[in-house]
Every structure is written in C-alpha cells, then in structure tokens.
Design a protein around this ligand. Structure first.
Ligand code: PGA
Length: 251
C-alpha cells in the first residue's frame, strides 16, 4: 500500500505575514489527518517562519524549486543546502518552471540527483501541453520526461522520489483531467516507464500524484482511483477550508 501524500504548491503567493496566517488556519485540520503525508510549499521567503510553525507537527515543508549546485555565482538562485535547512521536500520541474524559466529534462535530472544527495525528497512534475495532448503525443512526452528526468538515478534512489502527473492544460485553468484519464496515464504511462527503467516491483512502490485543478469538490473522485496516490494542489491550497477538505479526501 502506498501512503497518500497531498502537497500544497502556493506558487508566488503570500507575504510572510499572510503565510503565517494561512498556516495557523490550516494546522488544526491538517494535524488531524494522520494517515496522509501533508506538505506545504510556500515561497522561499516564508520557509523560515513556516518551518518554525510546523516544528513538532507531522506536516512537512517543501520548496518550489532549487538549483542543483550547493553554492556559487548563480544570482537569484537557492541551493539544496539552503533548502534543507528548513525543508524535507522540493518540487522539481513544475510545468511553470519548464514553460516560463527554460527548465528542461536535463536540468530536471541534475536537480533530482542533487535533491537525493542532499536528502531531500523531490516531487518531480511531468505532464503534456494541450497541443501535445490534442495531437496524440501525451505518451511520448511523458515517457521522455520520465526517462530523461530519471536518467542515471539508481533503484535505491528512485524509492525516495515522488512523481506528480500534471497535464499543463489542467493547471490553474479549472479544467481538471477526468479521474479515469488521469488514472490511466499515471498507471499506463508514468508507472509503465518506471517499470521499464527499474522493475515492476520498484515502480509499484513509487508514489504518483495527480495535479491540475483539484479542489474540495472533485478531490475524492481523483483519490479513489487506484493509481493516484494523492495530489499536488495549486490554487485550492491557498484556502484553508479547501485544502483541509482535499487532504481529508485522501485519507
Ligand atoms: P492548480 O495547480 O491546482 O491551481 O491547477 C496545480 C499545480 O500547479 O501544482
């Protein structure tokens, strides 16, 4: 049995003060759901304050991105050593980073390797665009992202990775994939490629999330699918009531 995980990706939202208010609102509801791994991913500027608020709870903290090098002349970047001062998780290869900031399979691969070396759990995002989806390229795109993203990562290390399938056309658009379709792609494409790279047994153990317009009202249907092990939640993670409802649906 794979333990469910729900992560809130706050993206570029919330000042430190607003982040602290949201965490205070969220904590009682999140702490009550002990059968789900719960993760908050606020912006870098709020990590320190939020990590203080989460101390002594089982709610994990994640960053939304990181550089692969440990230090150096990379203006504006944040290193794994800095992330791990506060976080256990890091989102890698989110489609917004691939789309707006030139991330590609090679940089995703470097970041995953660096996260593992630094004892961080990477939440690795894969997913196809609307155009790729409509032209029948979904399988090819996701297969490429999984194979190049995980290139050179050992079978021991892959056990530490979480994958999130996020069709780009469903992110922040209100157009979620159907639960059945998400389940089929996670099982038939993501997990099949993991099995090809490793073994069926290893692939069965990797947790794979769905992300893209998950909300309180549709989360139970997604999480009841056998291949979907939880969610990466954007917009709906910014409202305490909605996010707690989503976490409860994963239990
Ligand atoms: P959304 O975002 O839930 O707002 O669609 C998901 C994500 O970007 O991780």
């Amino acid at each position: 049995m794979r333990r469910p995980l729900v992560a809130g990706n706050w993206k570029m939202n919330k000042t430190v003060e607003q982040a602290a208010l949201l965490v205070a609102d969220l904590l009682p509801g999140l702490e009550a759901v002990r059968t789900v791994d719960r993760v908050l991913c606020p912006p870098f500027t709020s990590l320190m304050v939020v990590s203080g608020m989460l101390a002594g709870t089982e709610v994990g903290l994640g960053a939304q991105n990181m550089h692969w090098d440990e230090s150096g002349a990379f203006t504006g970047e944040v290193s794994p050593l800095m992330i791990k001062e506060f976080c256990r998780y890091v989102i890698i290869g989110h489609s917004e980073r691939r789309g707006y900031f030139g991330e590609n399979d090679e940089s995703v691969n470097l970041k995953i390797k660096s996260a593992i070396v630094n004892d961080l759990t990477p939440i690795v995002c894969v997913g196809e665009s609307l155009e790729e989806n409509e032209s029948g390229k979904t399988d090819a795109v996701i297969s490429r992202q999984v194979n190049l993203g995980l290139d050179g990562i050992s079978k021991e290390a892959v056990g530490k990775i979480i994958v999130a399938y996020e069709p780009i056309w469903a992110i922040g658009t209100g157009k979620a994939a159907s639960p059945q379709m998400a389940n089929d792609i996670i099982g038939g494409v993501v997990r099949r490629n993991l099995a090809g790279l490793y073994t069926d047994e290893i692939a069965e153990k990797v947790r794979i999330l769905y992300g893209g317009s998950v909300k309180g009202s549709n989360s139970a249907e997604f999480f009841s699918q056998p291949e979907i092990d939880g969610g990466l939640i954007g917009g709906a993670s910014l409202k305490a009531e909605d996010f707690v409802q989503i976490v409860e649906a994963a239990a």
